[in-house]
Write a protein that binds this ligand. Structure first.
Ligand SMILES: Cc1cc2nc3c(=O)[nH]c(=O)nc-3n(C[C@H](O)[C@H](O)[C@H](O)COP(=O)(O)OP(=O)(O)OC[C@H]3O[C@@H](n4cnc5c(N)ncnc54)[C@H](O)[C@@H]3O)c2cc1C
Length: 325
């Protein structure tokens, strides 16, 4: 059962920030993740502050220079089905359309998808784990088949979002408004891994609201994709996945960004793999070398070694598919 809380729907961003700065409040967007967390006792709240009346946080707009602004309240369905996003930012529309189920995509927002809490069953269950202020990560010696193979340290969650890796590959920035004003940062710097702080997943502080995502204008000869491996064809989180963003010139890769999902506590960018493909044509050999680089630093837990093979396979497939596109 969800514990009692009060509920407020401010009409201005300023008021929302003010209300959310009070301890015990939590931001409510679509509620598809938050309400589950409250019901399962993962987080507590005296008061929910809904941002749903903030019309300025909705929608997808193109600016004069061709860049794109996506309001944090834009739903995953709106993003997945938007013709301009589909044409120029395919990785994002593919990431959004591969997340969750149609009902959840209709209700879940992009801001919430990026800020959702981890799906680790110890964190979500009745375990007082490290991330909840306890003393141990139960995944280390427990049921760790869905946990991370890289970037884990003390806590072995994987970041659950399918849109975040795509957005990082596409060089997205996020705008955040909070009690100290407004700041804009690369989405890549938004996420916080356990080696830095295992009690949080991102830089949001009390009162902070992620208001929008900014995508650079599409470049010529640019292609992107998101490919995800999951245990079943219905809704499911990524066991492993890859977002690619590649700029070509006469078939040669000029610039590449390769970001993994499902394998690390934050969307995991692999610069070494990017270097391997840059300046070359994508062929069987470069795809295989880049895929190998993606798992070079991985240290699997007792039950998730299979993810090494998934990563190699999905990266190789995605690179070769991009060449043929
Ligand atoms: C059954 C199920 C399957 C799922 N499968 C997938 C999947 O395969 N892939 C995937 O990527 N996701 C998956 N999800 C997650 C789903 O996509 C998210 O729950 C959804 O996108 C969250 O959006 P929301 O608007 O409902 O967020 P909420 O539930 O309202 O919020 C989620 C969290 O983000 C915070 N938050 C929300 N918006 C903002 C903002 N603008 N600024 C600051 N903080 C904010 C909230 O305070 C809360 O902590 C699944 C969820 C469920 C329940």
């Amino acid at each position: 059962m969800i514990p009692w809380f009060t509920y407020s729907r401010p009409n201005s961003l300023k008021d929302a920030v003010k209300q959310l700065s009070v301890p015990g409040t939590r931001l409510h967007a679509g509620g598809t993740d938050l309400l589950g967390c409250l019901r399962d006792g993962v987080v507590a709240a005296d008061k929910l502050v809904s941002i749903s009346h903030l019309a300025e946080l909705r929608g997808i707009t193109r600016t004069g220079n061709g860049s794109v602004r996506i309001g944090a309240l834009t739903t995953l369905t709106e993003i997945a089905e938007h013709p301009y996003i589909m044409e120029h930012y395919a990785a994002l529309s593919e990431g959004a359309s591969s997340a969750a189920s149609p009902q959840l995509r209709n209700q879940g927002t992009i801001g919430g998808n990026i800020s959702q809490r981890p799906r680790c069953w110890y964190f979500r269950g009745d375990f007082h784990c490290l991330r909840k202020g306890g003393e141990a990560c139960y995944a280390v010696a427990g049921e760790n088949q869905f946990h991370c193979i890289v970037g884990g340290q003390s806590c072995f969650i994987v970041h659950p979002s399918d849109t975040a890796p795509a957005l990082i590959a596409l060089e997205a920035r996020v705008r955040i408004t909070g009690p100290q004003g407004t700041r804009t940062l690369p989405l890549e710097s938004f996420f916080v891994g356990p080696q830095k702080d295992f009690t949080r997943e991102n830089v949001l502080d009390a009162g902070d609201i992620l208001t929008e995502i900014l995508l650079p204008a599409p470049a010529a000869n640019h292609r992107s994709s998101y490919r995800k491996v999951r245990a079943r064809g219905a809704w499911d989180f990524a066991l492993a996945g890859v977002a690619l963003s590649v700029r070509f010139s006469n078939g040669i890769v000029q610039l590449a960004r390769i970001v993994l999902s499902g394998v690390a506590p934050v969307p995991w960018r692999v610069r070494e793999a990017e270097k391997i493909v840059t300046g070359k044509e994508i062929d069987d050999e470069t795809a295989s070398q880049a895929a190998a680089a993606c798992v070079k630093d991985a240290v699997p837990l007792a039950k998730n070694e299979y993810k090494l093979h998934l990563v190699r396979g999905v990266v190789e497939e995605a690179l070769l598919a991009m060449k043929q596109a």
